[in-house]
Design a protein around this ligand. Structure first.
Ligand code: ADP
Ligand code: 5GP
Length: 205
């Protein structure tokens, strides 16, 4: 799979580290982006909307999507399926948009394999595991067994940091979101240089 247009920014990090909160801040300062809305078999949390936060679906429908080759990538995370549909990503990349993914480390590896040349990635986490636990508890959206599963997974996921281009600690929200805006901007600048031959041709004219 080769793309000369658009760029992909992947955010990964333990559930509860603040990816969605950071993105809400970042969107105030960037434009011409497309946030990839994932499909999942997990149940919606209070306040989450179908088609905004996720496309919520059944296990049967998701597995049908897998059979039909609908997904650019998918993975089982905390016992549920999560996946990125290929079609809207192709459309956004063809429009030269900055495509933003919030996906886990397994999804990151798959997208890297398929589209490495246009990927920039950031691993986001809290200052400590204890703070992650506090945030998951104070978010008050998951029961204790679910939180424990997420913390267990976080201890495994943190070992993948070296596969990422950037490591971001979301301590002070304002500071972390400013850094993420810088990364989003540099990802776009990098994308403008993908077609080096065209850059040289334009320069010579
Ligand atoms: P994720 O999308 O990574 O699962 P969320 O964005 O839902 O995480 O954030 C988890 C919880 O942590 C939320 O209650 C959110 O308000 C809080 N939070 C996010 N960033 C910070 C921060 N920098 N400082 C303190 N609390 C934060
Ligand atoms: P949550 O249930 O907290 O919204 O998400 C749980 C985990 O699934 C997070 O690590 C999130 O990044 C990941 N995730 C969300 N959507 C996708 C997706 O489409 N693909 C993959 N591989 N992971 C996803």
């Amino acid at each position: 799979m080769e793309f000369q247009k658009g760029a992909i920014l992947i955010l990964s990090g333990p559930s509860g580290c603040g990816k969605s909160t950071l993105l809400k801040e970042v969107y105030k300062h960037i434009d011409d982006y497309y946030f990839s809305i994932s499909t999942t078999t997990r149940s919606p949390r209070v306040g989450e909307e179908h088609g905004v936060d996720y496309f919520f679906t059944s296990k049967e429908e998701f597995e049908k999507g897998i059979q039909e080759g609908e997904f650019l990538e998918y993975a089982k995370v905390h016992d549920n399926y999560y996946g990125t549909s290929l079609k809207p990503i192709n459309e956004a990349l063809n429009k030269s948009q900055l495509v933003i993914f919030d996906i886990d480390v397994q999804g990151h590896d798959i997208v890297r394999d398929k589209l490495n040349s246009i990927v920039t990635s950031v691993f986001i986490t809290t200052p400590s595991l204890k703070i992650l636990e506090d945030r998951l508890k104070s978010r008050n959206t998951d029961d204790i067994e679910v939180i424990e599963k997420r913390l267990k997974n976080a201890k495994i996921e943190i070992n993948s940091v070296d596969k990422y281009d950037y490591f971001l600690v979301n301590d002070d929200l304002d500071e972390a979101s400013k850094k993420l805006v810088s990364i989003a901007n540099i990802t776009r600048i990098k994308a403008s240089l993908f077609d080096k031959e065209l850059c040289v041709k334009d320069w010579l004219n």
